[in-house]
Write a protein that binds this ligand. Structure first.
Ligand SMILES: [Zn+2]
Length: 329
């Protein structure tokens, strides 16, 4: 983040902008003390456009990313192909705090009330030393963090209890396995049904899954090979956290695993609308026709994609046929 002298842009005062990552800083040649041009991208997050080099005085300071973690002092390593540096110390309190923030987030176990500062306090007091400790918290522990904290504590305990019933996919997301977000977690939960089966899935099996691929497969294997992580799962299980896939009966996933390509001019839907419908039913759209494509939805004046689909023998449907596929069952 860049800290700026406050300036008015499009009606609001800006004093911070995102710098994205180390590469962005290098690319823009940003130095501490620089004068910069900023813009509000999409009216939300302001960002730096460029440095006004004419305004440099020579007093500007080169920025370099710290090589060690500012919290625990362990090396902070940037892996090849990654944009960020990470503290390598698995016992680091900052790493623990971040992983708990992620674990309880909306996409993860969705535990309302367990905010950043509460987590910080719980770690400081030694009440949380790993993720599994969340489920060992006692009412009086939490209540002691706040003045008149009884009500807060009982709500939080309730939220923690409730999270035990979450679907397996939420738990997978919550674990923070690198490269595994909500979407991949859903696919994994649906295929493996239980945490145990996922933990024992082979690299080959995982990497051949559609939408998972080698990088994610490797990351899943690495995660579960770590004894510490296997122990964490064991502890969570003991606390009564659900480890199974819960079929969502209201979800209609008639297009699950199906891949669509849209081409030509559609009349009834925009591309975005058609994509949204396909995704709602569990399918996906891709840009190019391949042997893996299941359907090509072709509108008027469809060109090379249609020809390619015909050559590959892929089912081509028009809007009318698409309509009947998405009708209520
Ligand atoms: Zn650290």
């Amino acid at each position: 983040m860049a800290i700026l002298e406050p300036v008015k842009v499009a009606g609001s005062t800006i004093s911070k902008t995102t710098l994205h990552n180390e590469d962005f800083i290098t690319e823009k040649d940003l130095k501490i003390g620089d004068t910069v041009v900023i813009q509000k991208a999409g009216d939300v997050i302001p960002e730096v456009v460029e440095v006004v080099k004419e305004k440099r005085t020579g007093e500007e300071i080169e920025f370099s990313m710290p090589e060690v973690c500012p919290v625990c002092g362990a090396p902070a390593i940037r892996e090849q192909g990654e944009a960020v540096r990470r503290c390598i110390n698995i016992e680091c309190s900052a790493v623990l705090q971040r992983s708990i923030v992620h674990f309880v987030s909306k996409e993860g176990m969705d535990i309302t009330g367990l905010g950043y500062s509460i987590i910080e306090q719980l770690i400081e007091k030694g009440l949380i030393t790993d993720i599994a400790d969340i489920y060992k918290l006692k009412l009086e522990d939490i209540a002691s963090l706040k003045k008149d904290g009884k009500k807060f504590a009982s709500n939080l305990i309730e939220a923690i209890e409730k999270s035990k019933q979450n679907d397996l996919s939420k738990l997978i997301t919550a674990l923070g396995i690198r490269h595994i977000g909500g979407k991949s977690a859903k696919i994994l939960a649906k295929k493996y049904k239980t945490m145990n089966k996922l933990m024992n899935a082979t690299f080959e099996e995982l990497s051949y899954m559609e939408d998972i691929g080698e990088i994610s497969a490797n990351s899943i294997r690495t995660f579960f090979m770590e004894e510490r992580n296997r122990n964490l799962i064991e502890e969570l299980k003991k606390s009564g956290v659900n480890m199974k896939y819960i079929e969502d009966e209201t979800a209609d996933d008639r297009f699950f695993g199906k891949s669509f390509v849209l081409t030509g001019a559609l009349e009834k839907y925009t591309r975005d609308e058609a994509t949204e419908i396909i995704e709602k039913f569990g399918g996906k759209t891709t840009g190019a026709v391949s042997k893996k494509t299941d359907y090509v939805l072709a509108g008027a004046d469809a060109g090379s994609k249609l020809t390619k689909a015909q050559n590959l023998g892929i089912t081509v449907i028009n809007e009318e046929e698409f309509d009947s596929m998405i009708k209520k069952l």
